[in-house]
Design a protein around this ligand. Sequence first.
Ligand SMILES: Nc1nc2c(c(=O)[nH]1)N[C@H]1C(S)=C(S)[C@@H](COP(=O)(O)OP(=O)(O)OC[C@H]3O[C@@H](n4cnc5c(=O)[nH]c(N)nc54)[C@H](O)[C@@H]3O)O[C@H]1N2
Ligand SMILES: Nc1nc2c(c(=O)[nH]1)N[C@H]1C(S)=C(S)[C@@H](COP(=O)(O)OP(=O)(O)OC[C@H]3O[C@@H](n4cnc5c(=O)[nH]c(N)nc54)[C@H](O)[C@@H]3O)O[C@H]1N2
Ligand code: SF4
Ligand SMILES: [Mo]
Length: 765
Amino acid sequence: MSVLEDPRDDALEVTPPKTWATGVPAVVHALQYSLSQTSPRRTMLTLLNINQGKGIDCPGCAWPEPEPGKRHLNEYCENGAKHINDEATSRRVTREFFAQHTVDELNGKSDYWLNQQGRLTEPMVKRPGSEHYEPIGWDEALDLMAGELRGLDSPDEALFYTSGRLNNEAAFLLQLLARAYGTNNLPDCSNMCHESSGSALNETLGIGKGSVSLDDIHNADLVFVVGQNPGTNHPRMLTALEETKRNGGQVVAVNTLPEAGLMRFKHPQRPRGIVGRGTKIADQFVHIRAGGDLALFQALNLLLLQAEEARPGTVLDHDFIRRHSTGFEAFAEHVGKTSWDDVLAATGLTREEIEEIHERVLNAKSVIVCWAMGVTQQKHGVPTIREIVNFLMLRGNIGKPGAGVCPVRGHSNVQGDRTMGIWEKMPQSFLDALEREFGFTPPTRHGHDSVNAIRAMRDGTAKFFLGVAGNFVRATPDSDVTEAAMRRCRLTAHISTKLNRSHAVCGETALILPTLGRSDRDIQAGGEQFVTVEDSMSMVHASRGRLSPASEHLLSEVAIISRLARRALGDSPDIPWEEFERDYGTIRDRISRVVPGFEDFNERVAHPAGFHLPNPVNSHTFHTETGKAVFTSNDFVDLRAPKGYLILQSLRSHDQWNTIPYSMNDRYRGIHNGRRVVLVNPEDIKDLGLAEMQLVDLVSIWQDGVERRAEQFRLVPYPTSRGSAAAYYPETNVLVPLDSVADISNCPTSKGIVVRLEPAGPDEG
Ligand SMILES: Nc1nc2c(c(=O)[nH]1)N[C@H]1C(S)=C(S)[C@@H](COP(=O)(O)OP(=O)(O)OC[C@H]3O[C@@H](n4cnc5c(=O)[nH]c(N)nc54)[C@H](O)[C@@H]3O)O[C@H]1N2
Ligand SMILES: Nc1nc2c(c(=O)[nH]1)N[C@H]1C(S)=C(S)[C@@H](COP(=O)(O)OP(=O)(O)OC[C@H]3O[C@@H](n4cnc5c(=O)[nH]c(N)nc54)[C@H](O)[C@@H]3O)O[C@H]1N2
Ligand code: SF4
Ligand SMILES: [Mo]
């Protein structure tokens, strides 16, 4: 298919899902995509430099690299190669392109098509009333934004969104700009991602991050992978799990879908991976109902408490519980009331299956629980993670080798952005440190997260939107509501590498500010610069772009933010924006004085492996109110939909990066040439009186009575757990009501949408 066509879904082909991941086809697919984007020379340059000591940090997921001595020459996965070459593409979006296409026309194109047009090359503006974007100089563009910022009635009318692609230096400057301007309105993609993990872990363990290292994964006796599809979304995690298995450890996978990567893995860089059957990953696959995870962990906790009662002193870690925790008695009493009938109904599992997991737990001296969006994007995501923490604490699986909590992060630097202060409710200690360093008093009112940012734009209380990386309009729930909200803004601006729908659904005035990507060389007045990132296991390291930039008109994110700040806030001796732009080392000096754990940042990041941020949990130090880890009592939730309805999850195909599809295929799940599919258990299809491969509309129900509809999906029979359906994001975001959020974390419930399937009318298109 030519990139100039907008793909249609009518050539859909469905084959049986795969039962293993990676291997030779993966490498071939990666090269095919890379070579479709750019030259063999640029492909090799990016691939040889990805995840190497002095190279480019993979712009894909946040899975960590092994220590330098243990890295392969090809320390990347199929999807990492696609992500980096999607950025390194030789295609360009020029001013002629914008002259040819109106903003409305662009909005009519698919997410795939928009991305395929290539890298953005110069700043563009859409002026009020105009149908087109037209070129604008950097100075004028930034003056326009600064003028708008100065004209707002309150700093809280401005929103500064970020996505986890942003590096530490730019993230630190962005939050500094927002707070010096006077607002904590720093919504980010994390609000829609691991916010539930942060909420639950902060409350129970006193820090919102994972506690394990790659070595812990390798050496654990038992690793749970819950609500996560590592074969697609964190492919090199399979290499780590292979190592766990080689060292005698076991893996339990808990999922509503039998994902290929959870079953078997063929390592592309080992002979057995090419010819053999590969390594079996999950020793036990737990085919759970949507939202059943809280019930599962509560049942496991009940079994542990009962085993302890039967054999006192042999099951629980009394020393850990006594010395390091609070709340055990209330928790034990609460769990004691768990009803097996309710557990079996909510999980869809048998008691024998749960007892089999329990036996594995009893036999394991060290246990890690990994999780991702299947857990966090549920209404009860926070209590589920709290229950996971209870589960680990019972046997002292916190703060010892081979054990701990592992929320597997999404974007390559999403964790780092948080560490740098991108959060609408940073603790007072951070704000105080900013005040000491920069001599202004940061606002203390909490800002808007992503969902509240949409509400504020909808209600007219936010009028200025700056998106730094990301694709806000497509990543957020309730697409119709969000789009209308964005259109109400006086000014929307995006610092982006590539074209996406957020550029086409815009405010009265709109700006596209093109920027350098991770792979581009970054030269400033002070010489060649590098940036830093933090992975999912708290390793901080440098990333250096190697390619000549996509256009001579690009500015780095640091440069754009610094120049905007000077215009909006004026020059001040306390915040030397110009110096920050000239030499990023001066930003790192400031970070080392503001952010705990970053002392001597510039010296320590010079090491090729970077450095590890300490996690106090590992020395049994808990920054909670009581100074101890907290057992919690969590109310039992049964997510089952009413009769005639299903629980729909919106998830990623193998061939997309978040809001951006790279093709219409989902190879491991056997879906080809089409994304408008809904995967449903054949028994459910029968019970609903529908036919396999029939065209249906997905209609979500919510208490506001508004009918949300996604039309024309092919009903594909698939081995999902009973009552749970799956379809791709972002096509289904229109179905997620804005107010349908996780308790406490406010994360949209993208994995728990109650839907009915209606036979579709004829396709008008
Ligand atoms: N190639 C690629 N890599 C990526 C991304 C990408 O888009 N493409 N995105 C990145 C980002 S930002 C993130 S956050 C991560 C996301 O990584 P994942 O969380 O793996 O992403 P999803 O595709 O949302 O998959 C959710 C998984 O949870 C399962 N699931 C759904 N509901 C439930 C449930 O109720 N219980 C259980 N136990 N399982 C459930 C689904 O079947 C699926 O396997 O990936 C990162 N890596
Ligand atoms: N229904 C549903 N909704 C979801 C999810 C889900 O599972 N289901 N997942 C949620 C999750 S986990 C996340 S993290 C969010 C993702 O939300 P976002 O992070 O906002 O979305 P992305 O698709 O990653 O953003 C892609 C865009 O980022 C820009 N970009 C890429 N690299 C760079 C760079 O280096 N610099 C700059 N300045 N720009 C760059 C490009 O212009 C590209 O078009 O979506 C959330 N939304
Ligand atoms: S596992 Fe993630 S970080 Fe590693 S190469 Fe693949 S996409 Fe990149
Ligand atoms: Mo994410």
